[in-house]
Design a protein around this ligand. Structure first.
Ligand code: UDP
Ligand code: MG
Length: 351
């Protein structure tokens, strides 16, 4: 059995030496063949040098280098695209996803599960604010995205080959991998664990980035915010009608008119604000449709180490493809080109 471990990394020079000490030992203990696929998500520190050095001395260490920072979800996608394993584990490189858990994950995989997820029952090294926002995030996700989304489960997961092949077919731009897994309805089991603090370095997620991820999760799986706008608009209209009726009644029978300009100005501001918010929300969804319609690749590869270009069967834009790809695969070019297997088959048929 071959186990692929996919590790997205972004400026992790402090943590990689620790990872290289622990992870191979754990994998040797499990006793299966393995490959480590690192996706360098446009790091600006010496992350890439550390990865290259490791890859030079061990061909099981593979590196995919993005041309810039595309984000963790894109990095996970690239890792899954290039993984060759019978089982593929996605994990963070900062030791917050403990490598020791891999053994029990593989055990569960051998029992026949397609997905082995991990659930955080406790978290170290995180502020009260982060813990509180995280639990609010998970309960909102269950309501807005998918009720099958298990709470407190991050991206630390094992996938069977079949599950990976299914996920590869989804090429949407705004990605939330956990939602995709829940949506697919794969046979899943959950292992619980205590999440330690980072071994070194700092989190790459600022509060703003976390809010963006949460919004991507909601908007790419649910039109609930649009419906909420519709209901809010309808309620306001009903309120307006009721208030008008009252104003007519008051003017005709009680002989009082609604007092004051200030109340009018307040209503004006509130209603205009609500209208603009609704328009903005629709605009955000339209913007996402616009992004999807361009069908751009999800990531661009600069270069790679120990990777065979033929490994991926998805369209890949590769600025410096590996040497073997130029000779063996005439469909991969040195200049950015779109690699489409269907096109190659068509060309062969024509010849
Ligand atoms: N990461 C990445 N690209 C990014 C941000 C993060 O590849 O734009 C990687 C990062 O190097 C780490 C993993 O994703 O291996 C999780 O990031 P982090 O530990 O900062 O997230 P947290 O655990 O704080 O949620
Ligand atoms: Mg982390």
């Amino acid at each position: 059995m071959l186990l692929s471990v996919v590790l997205p990394v972004y400026n992790e020079q402090e943590v990689l030496p620790v990872l290289f000490q622990v992870l191979p030992k754990v994998l040797e203990k499990i006793g299966c063949d393995y490959e480590l696929i690192f996706i360098d998500d446009g790091s600006r520190d010496s992350t890439r040098n550390l990865l290259n050095t490791a890859a030079e001395s061990d061909s099981r260490v593979k590196v995919l280098g993005f041309s810039r920072n595309f984000g963790q979800q894109a990095a996970i996608t690239a890792g899954l695209d290039f993984a060759n394993g019978d089982a593929v584990v996605v994990m963070d490189a900062d030791m917050q996803d403990p490598p020791e858990l891999l053994e029990s994950m593989v055990e569960q995989f051998k029992k026949g599960f397609d997905v082995v997820s991990t659930q955080r029952i406790a978290r170290d090294g995180e502020s009260v604010f982060k813990k509180a926002t995280a639990s609010a995030f998970y309960s909102l996700m269950q309501k807005a995205v998918d009720e099958r989304l298990p709470p407190q489960c991050g991206d630390f997961r094992l996938f069977s080959r079949g599950a990976v092949q299914a996920i590869r077919k989804f090429r949407e731009q705004h990605r939330f991998m956990r939602g995709l897994v829940a949506w697919l309805g794969l046979r899943e089991t959950i292992i619980q664990f205590h999440r330690p603090a980072r071994a070194a370095g700092e989190t790459k997620y600022s509060p703003i980035k976390l809010v963006q991820l949460a919004w991507t999760a909601i908007s790419s799986f649910s039109a609930m915010p649009l419906k909420a706008c519709l209901y809010a608009g309808l309620s306001l209209t009903l309120f307006g009608v009721a208030y008008s009726l009252y104003a007519i009644y008051a003017a005709m029978f009680v002989a009082t008119t609604a007092p004051g300009w200030s109340s009018l100005v307040c209503f004006q501001l509130i209603f205009n604000g609500a209208t603009l918010t609704a328009v903005g929300l629709v605009g955000d969804y339209v913007g996402r449709i616009y992004d999807e319609s361009k069908q751009r690749p999800l990531y661009v590869l600069g270069d790679s180490v120990n990777i065979e270009a033929s490994g991926s069967n998805h369209r890949v834009v590769w600025i410096n493809p590996p040497d073997d790809s130029v000779e063996q695969n005439s469909h991969v070019y040195r200049t950015p080109q779109i690699y489409r297997p269907s096109l190659v088959t068509e060309q062969k048929r024509a010849a």
